[in-house]
Design a protein around this ligand. Structure first.
Ligand code: ZN
Length: 280
């Protein structure tokens, strides 16, 4: 029972696919309106690539804090100096970027593959950051071949970020590789997405069917197992999660404990699985 209480008392922000939700999916099919503008943006305390980019790195608070932790860890663990390039962008700024790209490459069609048109960029959510390093300051695929780029690929989920655009996913995401672009989802979801190694579109197609309490309080192991079951398995585990009565907070926490127990790998205690929002 103690573990149930712990789930309830561990502070966690609501995770949902709603407009202001940390899981909101944005792409060319699911656009944001011109008016969407998060009202809680803050500037993370991290170094920037160029001086004039100081005003372009705003993020929503949870993402900003996570970014600071990720930059600090890169420094402490490896001595890497990461640099923030671009965070929150308004609809209008995205429009400008897109129009500039059209002028540069000659057609809308060509620009489309490289840059999001207005309303189709998750930068407008305040939950995405472009990251480079002191040793590599260009937004191109070469970043992935650097030590810092590789470290980010392997570690970003520990802080709640995912690699959003990989080369092998371009037919689903609609973008070519962007090894500098990191999207914040919170540690549990980011860990599940990264273990599954799938584009966020694929993850979201199933995750958005889950009740909000599972999205908010579900641990990485459970989320991973549920989505894996829905995508590649018989779907029974996923259906069971949807069917559980969950009127009270206690009931919701109990459901999470019960379902986590079903997917618990050997060598891991239930407590570790439920309370570690990250690795297992
Ligand atoms: Zn980006």
């Amino acid at each position: 029972m103690a573990i149930v209480l712990m789930i309830i008392s561990v502070p966690s922000f609501a995770a949902s696919f709603d407009d202001d939700g940390v899981l909101r999916l944005v792409n060319r099919e699911e656009k944001i309106t011109k008016n969407y503008d998060p009202d809680d943006l803050v500037k993370p305390d991290v170094p920037v690539n160029k001086k004039n980019q100081e005003d372009q790195i705003y993020l929503r608070p949870a993402a900003a804090k996570a970014l600071e932790e990720m930059f600090a860890a890169a420094k402490e663990e490896k001595g890497y100096v990461l640099l923030a390039v671009s965070g929150y962008r308004t609809y209008g700024e995205q429009q400008l970027i897109f129009n500039n790209k059209v002028a540069q490459v000659g057609s809308k069609e060509k620009a489309w593959r490289k840059v999001a048109p207005a309303g189709a960029s998750e930068h407008q959510l305040g939950l995405a950051m472009d990251v480079l390093s002191e040793n590599f300051r260009l937004l191109n695929s070469g970043f992935l071949d650097t030590e810092e780029g590789k470290w980010l690929y392997e570690n970003c989920q520990r802080f709640g970020f995912i690699v959003r655009y990989k080369k092998e996913w371009s037919n689903i995401t609609g973008y070519s590789a962007e090894p500098w672009h990191f999207r914040y989802l919170g540690v549990s979801h980011a860990t599940a997405v990264s273990k599954l190694d799938i584009p966020y579109e694929t993850y979201a197609s199933k995750a958005r069917l889950l009740p909000e309490y599972v999205l908010t309080h579900g641990n990485a192991l459970l989320l991973y197992a549920l989505i894996e079951n829905a995508l590649y398995g018989d779907g029974a585990l996923f259906e069971e999660m949807l069917s559980l009565p969950a009127e009270t907070l206690e009931q919701q926490a109990m459901n999470i404990v019960d379902m986590t127990e079903k997917v618990l790998p050997e060598g891991l205690t239930l407590e570790e699985a439920v309370l570690s929002r990250g690795t297992w």
